[in-house]
Write a protein that binds this ligand. Structure first.
Ligand code: CMP
Length: 139
């Protein structure tokens, strides 16, 4: 089915001027960028976004990293977009990521791993609504 997923190009990638390079991988995979903006996340936004991880030992570092510089938030659309984008990103830890994936190509570490993508269609809806109004998404 045609789905939408939520993507973040993380601060490690924007800092190295890799927004276009990441987008090229996304578009080459057949996903369409139907919304996109560059933002500096507030601590509150990052804490809300990653609330499911709040008991994890890496939560504080993760929030600090995600607010350390600009991110590019996106909505991606396409056939099986949620699963497809997870394939395109590769494993969370770049050491385990397959050749040609965003994280294999660009990630610096498990934390500074260049990209986030939703893990389900339901979570995609929640995540998209945290950053985009309906009229900012143009399919
Ligand atoms: P993301 O898909 O954005 O979701 C949670 C993030 O936590 C994950 O990508 C990683 O960047 C980050 N993270 C940092 N340390 C870990 C860890 N040990 N295990 C999983 N995720 C981690």
């Amino acid at each position: 089915a045609i789905e939408r997923t939520f993507s973040i190009i993380k601060p490690d990638a924007t800092r190295r001027n890799l927004t276009g390079a990441v987008n090229a991988v996304i578009e080459k995979a057949g996903l369409r960028i139907v919304a996109q903006k560059r933002v500096l996340m507030t601590k509150a936004q990052a804490e809300t976004f990653y609330a499911v991880h709040k008991e994890r030992p890496f939560f504080g570092d993760l929030v600090a990293f995600m607010t350390s510089g600009p991110v590019v938030v996106q909505v991606l659309e396409g056939e099986d977009a949620v699963a497809k984008y997870r394939d395109v990103m590769g494993a969370t830890n770049p050491a385990n990521a397959a050749e040609g994936t965003i994280r294999k190509l660009f990630a610096e570490s498990i934390e500074a791993n260049s990209a986030h993508g939703s893990d389900s269609v339901d979570n995609a809806k929640v995540e998209i609504a945290q950053f985009f109004a309906g009229n900012e998404i143009v399919g």
